[in-house]
Design a protein around this ligand. Structure first.
Ligand code: ZN
Length: 223
């Protein structure tokens, strides 16, 4: 989960994602709309009888704020909550497993804040079933072949890997950048991502138009 505002639990329910599959929460910065939902979520996970550890990644200071509240409100949690805090000045690799890595993206906001770059790892090639049957490749060879090896049959003939597999899907990258003002420095880091989530409020040149819209809305409400 990326950030955990007040409505996070509701959204999680609405999207029909399993609460039990949530193991890591990435908090971009310590503003209420990005972390007020944490306490409720942690408590709910406890009520659901969770036993797996929950990891919360955030800029420095979150544990100091939430530690006492957890100690007070969530005394008998059935699982452990771990806080992993980091500095937001430079990009840092904060999570890495065999399928994905997460790196922080330093952002420009009123308080220390960072975005997150999620990068998938390349997956093994897909086996072409018909070719595997045709060349009578034994099962114990399949893992090597998925990872790019050629097959040598008992007669010593080499079957090139391209004939036995097709490439896996290209890796995807997702950059989450909120909250921030325009910050040229991040461009190099997020270049080429497949999906970008970025703050996009009004520019200075649209100030007059924004004022007009707000006034119009207020007048409408008054009626
Ligand atoms: Zn903020």
């Amino acid at each position: 989960m990326i950030d955990c505002g007040e409505g996070a639990q509701m959204q999680l329910r609405k999207s029909r994602l399993k609460f039990s599959r949530l193991n890591h929460v990435f908090i971009s910065h310590l503003h209420g709309d990005h972390c007020f939902g944490l306490l409720g979520l942690i408590s709910t996970l406890g009520l659901l009888g969770r036993t797996a550890d929950l990891h919360i990644h955030s800029p420095h200071g979150l544990e100091e704020l939430f530690g006492p509240m957890l100690a007070f409100f969530c005394k008998n949690l059935t699982y452990k909550v771990f806080f992993h805090e980091f500095d937001t000045k430079e990009p840092l690799l904060i999570y890495d497993d065999r399928s994905v890595s997460v790196t922080t993206i330093p952002l420009r906001h009123r308080v220390p804040c960072c975005g997150f770059l999620f990068e998938e790892k390349p997956r093994p090639n897909h086996i072409i079933r018909e070719m595997i049957d045709f060349y009578q490749v034994p099962v114990y060879e399949l893992n090597r072949i998925k990872n790019g090896a050629d097959f040598v049959n008992p007669e010593g003939e080499v079957i090139p890997n391209e004939r036995l597999t097709r490439p896996s899907e290209p890796v995807r990258k997702y950059a989450y950048c909120s909250d921030t003002s325009f910050y040229q420095k991040i461009v190099e880091q997020i270049k080429g991502v497949d999906l970008l989530f970025h703050e996009a409020t009004f520019a200075q040149t649209e100030k007059r138009e924004l004022k007009r819209r707000i006034t119009a809305r207020l007048l409408k409400q008054e009626k």
